[in-house]
Write a protein that binds this ligand. Sequence first.
Ligand code: BYC
Length: 472
Amino acid sequence: MAIDYSQLIPNNVDLASDRRLQRALENWQPRFLDWWKGMGPDGTLNFDVYLRTAISAEANGWANFGYVKMPDYRWGIFLAGRDPNRVIAYGDNKGKPAWQEVPGELRSTLRRLIVTQGDTEPASVEQQRLLGKTAPSLYDLRNVFQVNVEEGRHLWAMVYLLHAYFGRDGREEAEALLERHSGDPDKPRILGAFNEKTPDWLSFFMFTYFTDRDGKYQLASLAESGFDPLARSCRFMLIEEAHHMFVGESGVGRIVQRTCELMREHKTDDVRALGAIDLATIQKYLNFHCSVSLDLFGQEASTNAANYYTMGVKGRYLETRIEDDHRLTDTTYDIDTAEDGRIVRKTVPALSALNERLRQDYLEDCAKGLLRWNKTIQQAGVDFELKLPHRAFHRRIGAFSGLHVSPDGKVMSEADWKANESKWLPTAEDRAFVTSLMGPAVVEPGKFANWIAPPARGINNQPANFEYVRFN
Ligand code: BYC
C-alpha cells in the first residue's frame, strides 16, 4: 500500500479509518517533536539536509532524496505489505495463521519486547546528539542526520504498535519512551550499550558497525514474530538499518585507509603525530564496541528466549530458511559458557541457546567487515591485522561476566586483567587523543578532516563537492 502523505502522520496503515488511534498518535506527535528539539541533533533545527524519505514501502519506491529541515521530516508509520496467508513458522503455534491481534496470554511478553526495541531508537539519537559539531565532512554530517531521523522513525514504528494494540498500557509505555534518556542516572535507557557515550566519530562508526548490527539481528528475529504487525514493522525497519551499517563499515574503513596512507607515505607507525588515528587505537575501540554489543544478545542460556520461541513471539535469524523441525524440543546446540572459572564448551537444549545462536550469527556477520578493513591494511603493505575480540572478553551480561578474559580468549586473574586493560580497551588518554582530532566540523563541500579518507562515491551518486547540508 502506498504511503499517504496527505495526513498529519504519513502512513500506509489507513490510520484515517481509526479516529481514536489517529487522535492518540496525533497527541503523541508534538511530544515526539519536543523530544527531538530537546534531545535530538543539537543546534540543527534550521539546517536543510539532503535526506532520503520513504514514499512507499515497496523495495523500489521508498528512497526519495531531497532537502528537508529535520523537524519537518515526515516521520510516519510504514509496515511492509501483508501476506494474508502467512503462518507462524516455529514453536508450539507452528502452522497456525499469524496473529493480527495480540493474543491475551502474550500481551505482557510482546509489550516488553516492543518497549525494549523501541527504547533503543531514541537512545541512539540521544547518544549521537553532539556529533554534528565535529563532523569530518558534509557527507558524514548528512549521514549521521540520516541515521538519526530513521532511528526517530523506528521509534514511531514501535509507538504505533503500542498505541494500536496495547491500549492504555501501551500509551503509557509510549510516553515513557520519551522520558527515559541515555545515561540518565535516574531514568536510564533499558539496555547497557545505549547508556554509553558516543562522543567522537570513531565511536560513532564503531557503534553503527557493531550496535546497529545487533539491531539487524534482533529486528530480523522479531520480523519472524507470529504477531504480524510487529513482523511487518520490523521488515521495513530492516531496509533502513542497512544504511546505518554501511555508514559504520565505510566509516571505519575510511579511517583505516587514511591511517595506512599516512603510514606508508611517512614510513612511520606514529600517525598520531600526523593527526590520524593509529591502528592500535582503532583495535581498542573495536574491542570496546564489539564486547558491549555482544552483551545486547542477553544470557547464553535463556529461558526467556526459549519461551519467546516456543510461543511464536521471536524466531531465529532467517527462520524460514533453516532446515529443521522449527520446534527444537529434541535438539541440542553447542555453546561456550563459563564453569568453575573456565570457558567450557557445553551441549545444551537448542531452545535455551537461542540468544547464543543469534550472537553466533551476528559474530559471523561482524567478521566480514574486518576482512575488508584488513585488505586495505594489507594492500598498503602494513603488517597489522584487526581482530574481533573473543566473545568472553569484557562482558557484563551472561555467563562470562564473572570472568576476566583477554581479547584472544585467555582467562586470567583480575590483577592480570587490570595490568593489561590499557592495551585492550581505550584509555582516558586514547579517548582524549581521539577527541582532540575532532572538530570543528568540516563544512566546506568536498573537504574532509585529515584523519579520514573521502568515500568512494557520494550519496545517491552525488559529486564529491555536493552540498549535503545547508546551514542557512
Ligand atoms: N542489558 O534471559 P535473558 C537496535 C536482562 S539494537 C540489560 O538473556 P532475554 C538499535 C533481561 O532483560 C536491538 N539487561 O534475556 C541499534 C532479563 O531480565 P529479567 C534492540 C539485560 O530477554 C542501534 C535478564 O537480563 N532490540 O535496534 O532473553 C541503534 C535475563 O536475560 C541485557 C532488542 O533487544 C542487557 N544487555 O534477552 C538503534 C530486541 N540482556 O527478565 C537501535 C528486544 C539481558 O530477568 N529484546 N538483560 O528481568 C530482546 O529480545 C531481549 O530483551 C534481549 C535480552 C535479547 C535484549
